[in-house]
Design a protein around this ligand. Structure first.
Ligand code: SAM
Length: 270
């Protein structure tokens, strides 16, 4: 198995629209974990927002895309997932050698509670939460798995708990990137991503970027096309990659206050 870093398949992004019609398949990356990152996503973020030897956290690591990229780019990394099957997949995916050697660790855990991590200890957070219950990762068998949640306000409340922890463990002036998409209910658009963004702002982050990631290869596209035409809606083919920054202690935020979108304590009611 090749452990080489990408050559032709990868070029760094320089705009706020990212589109990867061909997902990277270098090293141990696979495409078979539902909803996993295209490796180009964490690679771009790691290169932009961290340095060699930094420590990266993915608190919902799935099959380990972030950790594979961390290893290839010589960053230390911790991956956490509530689902032991996901943690095993990540462990397997990390079985390759790379120089210079760095440490990547994966554990079963709950992103709501990172109390084993010190305040201000992480250089970069990259994660990709479930989009409510669009993909149910544990079929209701693991209670804290947020992919069991079908109510938007409840989902946002849980995400707020997670985002508080992420804010606490991230070093000041460092970045936290979240890939999140939207959904539809009753033939109408449910702006899950913007609701999630509000919760991150509420706990103290400021918004650095809103990158649109174009979606490709959606397995359901064909099936939904007819229904979409009938019911007059467009298929959602983009996700939001929000990059938040944790402000420095005492930082003057008067110039970034426009990031705060009221109302800060409610969700679009669906
Ligand atoms: C979209 S997947 C992540 C995919 C990952 N980015 C990858 O490339 O493989 C979301 C993950 O969140 C995990 N998850 C759900 N609730 C969680 C929680 N409370 N704590 C930690 N992980 C959780 C699920 O088990 C699932 O693996």
């Amino acid at each position: 198995m090749s452990t080489d870093s990408p050559a032709v398949e990868y070029l760094p992004e320089f705009t706020t629209v990212w589109s990867f019609p061909k997902r990277g398949n270098w090293a141990t990356h696979k495409s078979d974990y539902r909803g996993n990152f295209a490796p180009q996503v964490p690679r771009n973020l790691i290169e932009m927002y961290s340095e060699e030897g930094d420590s990266i956290l993915d608190p919902m690591v799935g099959a380990g895309t972030t950790l594979i990229e961390a290893k290839l780019l010589a960053r230390h990394a911790l991956g956490i997932d509530i689902n032991p099957d996901a943690a095993k997949l990540t462990e397997e995916a990390l079985k390759f050698a790379h120089h210079p050697p760095t440490k990547q660790k994966v554990m079963v855990g709950d992103a709501h509670d990172l109390s084993f991590l010190k305040d201000d200890s992480i250089d970069l957070i990259i994660t990709h939460p479930p989009y409510m219950n669009i993909i149910k990762y544990s079929d209701g068998k693991i209670p804290s798995d947020i992919s069991n949640i079908s109510s938007l306000p409840k989902f946002c409340d849980e995400i707020e708990i997670v985002s508080k922890e992420l804010f606490r463990v991230l070093k000041p002036d460092k970045y936290c990137a979240i890939l999140i998409g939207d959904t539809r209910k009753g033939k109408h658009f449910v702006p899950l991503a913007f609701n999630v963004m509000q919760r991150f702002l509420k706990v103290g982050f400021v918004l650095k970027e809103d990158i649109i990631k174009v979606q490709h290869n959606c397995t359901t596209t064909g099936r939904w096309r007819t229904k979409a035409l009938q019911d007059k809606f467009y298929l959602i083919m983009h996700e939001h990659l929000f990059v938040f920054r944790k402000p420095r202690e005492g930082e003057d935020l008067s110039r970034v206050k426009f990031s705060l979108i009221p109302p800060m304590n409610s969700c679009t009611p669906y």
